[in-house]
Structure formats: C-alpha cells, structure tokens
Ligand binder design. Structure first.
Ligand SMILES: Cc1cc2nc3c(=O)[nH]c(=O)nc-3n(C[C@H](O)[C@H](O)[C@H](O)COP(=O)(O)OP(=O)(O)OC[C@H]3O[C@@H](n4cnc5c(N)ncnc54)[C@H](O)[C@@H]3O)c2cc1C
Length: 492
C-alpha cells in the first residue's frame, strides 16, 4: 500500500477495505441481442467474487443505514456477514425472513439499501442487491427457501385479488399462519408486473415461476384468467371468506392526450413490453404479436419503464431506440445504474424534449413526431423543476414506432363495481397505509393500487403490514375498523 492509496484502502479503524468487486454482466454485444438475463454467472457473481464483495461490509454499529433504508427492514449486515463466511443458504434465509421475493428484489430494486452504505461516498457501496439475488438463487436451487406451513390450520379463509409482489407477500404471510388462501389473477399467469411488465433480461422469469410454485406447494390456490368484478365480485368473495386483500396494482398506462396518439405504431408501455417480452402462450389472444417497430423507435418518458421499452427495442433489432424526456438527467426517476447499462447497449436519451403531435402516413401509421424543446422552471408539487416549452423550438423527428411510458394509474373498475369501497385521486384505493384497512369492512389493500406506481420493495413492505392487520382481524386478536371515506372533492 502506498501513502497515496492508504487513504482509500483503510477506514478510520485501520481496517483494510478492498475495492468493490462489481457484479458481471454478459458482454454487451451478446446481451443486447437476446432477452435472456443480462447478468452473468449467478445474478452476476461467482462464489469467490461474492465472498470478496460481502467481506467489504464494515459491520457498522447500530443504527445501520443500509438496514434502515430498506423498506422491508432486511438485516443486511447479518446477511453479508454470513455471505462472507460462505454460508450462502444462511444469508438467503436472513433476506427471506423479511422479504418473500429476495431473488427478485436483489435483481431489480434500485438498491435503497446501497444508497445508505457508508462506503458509498468513499470506497464504493457494497453490491448488496446482487449479493442478495446470488445467495437466494443458491438457496432456492438447494430447496432451502421453501415456504413452511403449520400443520394446525385455523379454519379461516382469505381471498387475494392480484398476484403481484403485494398479493404474493400477503399470500405467504397468511398461509404460514395456517389460514386458507385463494389468489385470483386477471392475466393467464400469476406474478403481476414481474411477469407482465418487467422484461426477462432484468428479472429471470424462472425465479418468479419458482415463487408461484412454492406458494402453490404450500397450499395457496391460484385462480388465473379471472378478473374480479366481472363474474365474481368482492361481495361474493366476502361471503366465502373471512377477509379480502386487494393487490391490484396500477396497471393502466397513461397517455398524453396529444394529436395523433391513436395512430398505428404507438403503443402504451405495458402493451409494448408484454408483446415484446412475454411468450405468446402466456398471453391472451388479443395481446399476441410482436410490436411492429421498424427501425426508429422513440420512447416517451423517463423512468424504469421507458428504459425497459428502449432496451427491448434494441433487442428486437431497432437501429435507434431514443428515450425522449422532458426534464434533465438530474430529475429522472428510476434506476440510474440500469439507465447506464441501457446506454452501453445503444439506447440514446434526448433530454429537455417532449412530443406535441404524432404525424401519420396514408395508412394511418405513425411516421414522425413534432417535438418541442424544454427548459426548466421552478420546482413543481413533486419537488422536481417544472419543464417549460420553449416557444418556436419545435422540430420533426422521424419515427417508425413509439412506446408511451409516461406513467400508470390503477384500473378504476373495482372501485366502481364495489359498494362502499372508496377510491380517490387517479382511482387509487383509499386505504390506511399502516394497516391496509379500506373503507369497506373486511377488505384490505396495499401496493401500487394504494400508494401509486412505485417499487417492488414498497409493495412488499406495505403488504406485510396489511397481512398483519388481516391476521389480527380474522383471528379476532384486534378489530380493525374500516376507515372513514375521503372528504368529498371540491368542485372547481
Ligand atoms: C415496466 C415496469 C418496470 C418496472 N421496473 C421496476 C424495477 O426495476 N424495480 C422495482 O422495484 N420496481 C419496478 N417497477 C414497479 C413494480 O413492478 C411495481 O411497483 C410492483 O409490481 C407493484 O406490485 P403490486 O403487487 O402492487 O402490483 P402489480 O405487480 O401490478 O400486480 C397487480 C396484479 O393484479 C392484477 N389485477 C388487477 N385487477 C385485477 C382484478 N380485478 N382481478 C384480478 N386480478 C387483478 C393485475 O393483473 C396484476 O397482475 C416496474 C414497473 C413496470 C410497469
């Protein structure tokens, strides 16, 4: 060690800190031409590199920022210690104690925990997420993560509507308490956005299929192709069950309402992603058929969904996949690391621009869009600086296809169909986030349908709280009252 490197390699307690051993991705030319997982080896690590990376953890005294930053409260220092000791199964069990989807979160979480890692500002934060996925993959393959259910059943029954991270969390939490659980899903397969949204190059679908099978093996009855509110209503479910959980997500892709948005070749993001990524046998007939992308694809928006659409376009052979975002990189939501990976794969990002009109050819297919340049003004309600159009700056951009990734909101259908179930802004279900209680007795809700489109880990964390309330409610341990409806909205 030289005097120059000493400052970098030794912490205040004179412990030697090794530089980061980053997880590996498959070579860019290879991974950008198929839909298989972009990570190399097992979630990006080998046993040797995982041990070296985990051993960098300083085992900080409490309060440990990584743990506090994780909405699910994963005991990260303990898991990293076990990983560094090559006890991969033990480490996986620590992650699994607080999260039902450690393989999934490890792969796709924007790593809130890592943002708390004290090594972040100096030596480089530990790759906690990918290590979580690595140990969990190993433990799963060894059959060590299987859900354990008590022999003694309670005789209580619950119905879960929606099989995304929120529904999966409640299913696992309640089946392990001895209750009978039936889960309903509108799509042909269970998994929510993990299957019908997030592409397989980001989350290997085997890990989702494993979780669903594990739930079924534990006794959860899963009924797919069934949209609650149509033939079966919430009232029907309440008659048959002691409580109902709504984990219905925020699956309706928003549009911008600008001229030409209904032209052929313009796809809402979910439609684009499921057609591009999901095998046809898992799709209803009307959703089958790859998007017709041509050569030039524009993706409107700036979050994880936009990046996923752009990376999918590259994999489908687009010559140019350009994200068009109305603010700058500093205001961009979503995972910055994944964004960097997408740029390496050939994605281009045009900042401070937004389309104002789509232009079609004689067959009604999009051939160009009129784009306006933006500048930033004062912060808006989200705290981000507001984009302001620059008058007279419009220009024409040639496009063969457009994916609209400008946000999501919940399907208002269930709220409209169910008496005394209040919804509020954008159709979100009105619920108490701490308990999951809704305005309807015996009906609980959590995840994106309550707090709006967010993250897998926030859906898990809020669903844990709802499952806890449901358990108390159905066993009579505590009577959880429905909450009062929201105050009526003021007319403008
Ligand atoms: C393209 C995309 C990429 C993303 N990338 C990331 C990422 O990298 N990292 C991250 O942390 N988060 C990411 N997210 C966000 C994350 O996926 C969501 O926050 C999370 O899935 C929310 O979980 P949920 O269970 O609340 O809802 P969902 O996962 O949306 O699941 C809800 C389920 O309910 C079903 N449903 C709805 N209504 C009914 C009904 N009436 N009857 C029966 N079933 C019904 C739906 O079909 C759906 O399967 C991404 C989201 C998208 C769309």
């Amino acid at each position: 060690m030289t005097a120059e490197t000493a400052y970098r390699d030794v912490d205040r307690n004179h412990r030697v800190v090794t530089p980061p051993t980053k997880y590996s991705l498959r070579p860019v030319e290879e991974r950008a031409s198929d839909f298989a997982e972009a990570l190399a080896y097992t979630a990006g690590y080998t046993a040797e590199t995982a041990v070296i990376e985990a051993a960098r953890c300083l085992q900080c005294p409490e309060p440990q920022a990584c743990l506090l930053n994780c909405p699910a409260g994963n005991d990260i220092p303990e898991a990293l210690w076990l990983t560094s000791q090559r006890d991969f199964v033990g480490a996986a069990k620590v992650f699994a104690a607080t999260s039902p989807l450690p393989e999934v979160c490890g792969r796709a979480c924007p790593n809130l925990c890592q943002q708390g890692c004290v090594l972040g500002n100096t030596f480089g934060a530990i790759s906690i997420g990918k290590l979580e996925a690595f140990v969990s993959d190993i433990a799963r393959e060894a059959g060590e993560l299987a859900i354990k259910v008590p022999e003694q059943k309670t005789g209580k029954k619950v119905a879960i509507v929606g099989s995304g991270p929120a529904g999966i969390t409640v299913a696992e939490d309640l089946i392990t308490k001895g209750h009978a659980v039936t889960m309903y899903e509108a799509w042909p397969e269970a998994g929510g956005v993990l299957v019908y949204g997030i592409p397989s190059f980001k989350i290997n679908k085997e890990v989702v299929a494993y979780k669903i099978k594990d739930l079924e093996d534990a006794g959860v009855k899963i009924i797919t192709n069934t949209r609650i509110g149509e033939k079966i209503t919430i009232d029907d479910l309440l008659e048959e069950n002691d409580a109902v959980f709504l984990g219905t997500g925020a699956g309706i892709a928003a549009t911008m309402d600008i001229p030409g948005e209904d032209l052929k070749g313009i796809y809402p993001s979910t439609d684009f992603l499921v057609r591009a990524n999901v095998p046809e046998e898992k799709l209803p007939p009307e959703k089958r058929g790859k998007p017709q992308i041509g050569k030039l694809v524009a993706i409107i928006g700036g979050g994880d969904t936009a990046v996923d659409c752009a990376r999918s376009s590259i994999r489908m052979g687009a010559e140019a996949a350009t994200i068009v975002y109305r603010r700058t990189e500093a205001e961009m939501p979503g995972n910055a690391v994944e964004r960097g990976v997408s740029v390496d794969e050939g994605v281009k990002i045009n900042y401070l621009q937004a389309p104002v009109e789509y232009i079609g050819d004689e067959d009604g297919r999009v051939k160009a869009m009129k784009v306006i340049k933006m500048e930033l003004g004062e912060p808006d309600a989200s705290g981000r600086r507001r984009p302001i159009p620059i008058e007279g700056s419009e220009f024409i951009q040639k496009v063969d296809a457009v994916a609209l990734a400008v946000g999501y909101w919940p399907d208002p259908f269930l709220g409209k169909k169910t008496e005394n179930l209040s919804t509020h802004k954008w159709g979100l279900i009105y619920a108490d986030e701490a308990s999951g209680a809704t305005t309807r007795e015996g009906v609980f809700a959590a995840g994106d349908n309550v707090h709006g489109p967010d993250l897998i880990i926030t859906a898990i964390a809020t669903a844990h709280a709802a499952a806890d309330s449901m358990h108390k409610y159905i066993t009579g341990e505590e009577h959880i009252n429905p909450i009062a409806p929201p105050p009526p909205r003021k007319r403008r």
